[in-house]
Design a protein around this ligand. Structure first.
Ligand code: GRF
Length: 217
């Protein structure tokens, strides 16, 4: 498990929060979890802005409801470089320090990662390196694994291949449908993502033993 990225010289506090930008493409339940936690607890991050590459994504409504600045930046008709540049510009306008991919269905390339190197994280619905890419829950069902889970990792130039920051296992039940399994994984994603972002902001390490002890005790 990798060390969490260190983004400031001092830990952030609830009075001086880390500014995160969230990239989305769809439902936005992970975005909602991040915004809810930031609003109701004394978290050390705040969602500074949201960008969606899909017009009409429900995540956009969620951002608007929470009064978080949101932009639709479509990849359609744009080169990859221009698409990435436009997102970068938007994030820079909002002084984003950490980028969170929360159901963002595009692969980011050198233009983007060069600017935010080591400061882009993603949540994936599997225990990486298993089941990268789309339909991870379906892949888990097809392979008949007993355990899958979710992973928060740093984004590199591969698909779900970056350094792992934290993982949580989720059991696969015999008669699970993809939707049932995905839903069970997402409950864990929501907790894990908030936990990781807050730990990055506070410059605290995640206590792997404490997080997983209940599995063996
Ligand atoms: C999540 O399961 C995430 O792991 C994957 O895409 C899904 C997005 O869900 N990358 P939501 O849009 O956050 O509800």
């Amino acid at each position: 498990m990798s060390t969490l990225p260190r983004l400031r010289s001092q830990p952030c506090t609830p009075d001086d929060r880390l500014r995160i930008g969230v990239l989305v493409s769809g439902n936005g339940s992970n975005l909602q979890a991040l915004m809810d936690a930031a609003a109701s607890d004394s978290r050390s991050y705040r969602v500074a802005c949201v960008a969606s590459n899909v017009d009409g994504a429900f995540a956009i409504e969620r951002a608007k409801n929470a009064q978080v600045p949101v932009a639709v930046i479509s990849h359609k008709g744009a080169t990859q470089t221009d698409f990435e540049r436009e997102i970068l510009q938007f994030l820079q306008t909002h002084d984003v320090e950490l980028v969170v991919l929360a159901g963002f269905m595009r692969v980011l390339g050198a233009t983007f990662l060069g600017r935010f190197s080591g400061r882009v994280i993603n949540v994936h619905p599997a225990l990486n390196p298993a089941f990268p890419g789309m339909h991870a829950a379906q892949q888990a069902l097809e392979k008949q694994v007993w355990l899958t889970g979710c992973t928060v990792h740093i984004v590199n130039d591969g698909v779900d291949t970056g350094p792992i920051l934290a993982q949580v296992p989720v059991p696969v039940w015999t008669n699970d449908s993809e939707a049932e399994l995905q839903k069970r994984i997402q409950v864990q994603e929501h907790h894990l993502l908030v936990q990781v972002v807050d730990a990055i902001a506070r410059q605290e390490s995640l206590d792997r033993e404490r997080m997983l002890r209940h599995l063996v005790d």
